[in-house]
Design a protein around this ligand. Structure first.
Ligand code: AMP
Length: 113
């Protein structure tokens, strides 16, 4: 079961601040508080899914498409389209080291990874 007691839910509710770069009806994007590289942005689903597996299984085709279009759009905005590239990743579950149980995608770039 999705547990609302997580930091991304609180950011979605504006209960705690975030350095926001983009927002639409399916997602919010903000800078990671502990960046792993020069530019590290998180795209967080507005839908309440615990992880990638749950998102794919439970979200509509429209929501799935729009979410990943948003990831692409945010990457373009923070890094510049067609420049040096970037990496996206999503941790799912214990073995991946998922810290926050609310579906999100990391965008990593701004330097050679
Ligand atoms: P994951 O392991 O994929 O669950 O990663 C969670 C990410 O959220 C980590 O990279 C954290 O640095 C990041 N994070 C945790 N709390 C915050 C916060 N308040 N604002 C921005 N990023 C955060």
């Amino acid at each position: 079961m999705y547990d609302k007691n997580n930091v991304f839910y609180k950011i979605l509710q504006s209960e705690i601040p975030a350095k926001k770069v983009f927002e639409n009806d399916v997602a919010i994007a903000f800078y990671d508080i502990n960046p792993m590289c020069k530019i590290h942005v998180l795209v967080v689903s507005k839908g309440l899914y615990r992880n990638f597996e749950e998102f794919v299984r439970l979200s509509s085709a429209e929501e799935t498409k729009k979410f990943f279009e948003t990831v692409s759009q945010v990457a373009e905005e923070v890094l510049g389209l067609g420049k040096s590239g970037y990496r996206i990743l999503t941790n799912t579950g214990h073995d991946a080291g998922q810290e926050v149980e609310h579906f999100h995608v990391h965008i990593l770039g701004g330097e050679r990874l």
